[in-house]
Design a protein around this ligand. Structure first.
Ligand code: ADP
Length: 289
């Protein structure tokens, strides 16, 4: 398998790559990850089942979309494909280091800059992708509340029903989304889509980098909301963001709705206590109307 993979990489880069050593890399939640190394080249490779090729193809396209915005560094995708019974994505290898207040500030600035990248086609993207292992539907939609209600909350609620999750007020919450987002008219913004702390990093030289995205054009607040979901990013990140592109009033109220999407997704991926957490979030949101 590794020899075939070397051939794919050689073909993609035009530089002969062979005799590599491979070392497992920890820290991912969905795929098996490896460092592939020859004497002169190094790559980051993720493997999954063969039928997951479209997931990796969408990840590569998403990374290129973000790279094209020229605002924040992402790992450059080299190639995707299937070898033996595995699908794979190959990315440039990046030596990762630790953040400092200064580099977190820069990450906030650069994310805010990326959020000024818009799309004339509205909310969505030209292809669907995945969030964790869950399909994420990106059908272009003119209205943000409709997009978020149907393709984000509605879709996760449907998946939850198939999983046996009963959110008694789920339909009521979905119907209330236009009201919860009333008077809020965001510009479509290129978002990372899955910005928890494991997907924000720094190169060894201190350059901010965002990994493993689930991008689309949406309300930029979804990214900031997710950074706050599991404990929050360092304060310097929010200072950098707000100095560059301040959030509009009402963000604190919308944050709970936006993060419900991720908690429903966690319920669909992992089950457990996320069901109860989603139920409580739905009650709080409905009570706020
Ligand atoms: P998964 O899709 O399985 O969640 P990630 O893309 O999040 O996997 O990668 C897992 C870990 O590998 C990251 O948390 C990071 O530490 C490391 N990593 C990711 N991309 C690279 C890269 N291009 N070079 C070096 N290390 C990387």
């Amino acid at each position: 398998m590794w020899i075939e993979l070397e051939q794919y990489i050689t073909q993609a880069t035009g530089q002969p790559f062979s005799g590599c050593r491979y070392t497992p890399v920890g820290g991912g939640s969905i795929n098996q990850a490896y460092c592939l190394q020859s004497n002169s080249q190094r790559y980051f490779v993720k493997l999954n089942a063969a039928h997951k090729l479209s997931m990796f193809a969408a990840e590569a396209a998403g990374l290129l979309e973000m790279e094209a915005s020229k605002c924040i560094r992402v790992p450059h995708p080299i190639t995707t494909g299937v070898v033996a019974e595995h699908s794979f994505i190959v990315l440039e290898w990046i030596d990762l280091g630790r953040g400092t207040p200064q580099t977190w500030y820069t990450l906030g600035q650069q994310l805010a800059q990326m959020h000024t990248t818009s799309s004339p086609r509205g909310f969505g993207w030209h292809q669907s992708n995945t969030i964790g292992d869950t399909p994420q539907l990106n059908s272009w939609t003119a209205d943000w509340a409709t997009f978020f209600a149907e393709h984000r909350i509605g879709y996760q609620l449907r998946l939850a029903r198939h999983r046996g999750g009963r959110f008694s007020q789920g339909a009521a919450l979905q119907a209330a989304i236009p009201q919860l987002l009333a008077n809020h008219h965001p510009q479509p913004a290129l978002v990372h889509g899955d910005l928890w702390s494991g997907n924000a990093a720094f190169t060894a030289a201190g350059e901010p980098i965002i990994l493993d995205p689930a991008p689309y054009y949406g309300d930029r607040e979804v990214d900031v909301a997710m950074t706050e979901l599991f404990g929050g990013f360092p304060a310097a990140f929010y200072e950098g963001y707000q100095q560059t592109f301040p959030l509009p009033p009402g963000y604190q109220h919308r944050r709970l709705l936006y993060n419900l999407y991720h908690i429903l997704n966690h319920f669909n991926l992992f089950g457990g206590g996320y069901g109860g957490q989603a139920e409580r979030m739905i009650e709080t949101l409905l009570a706020s109307i």
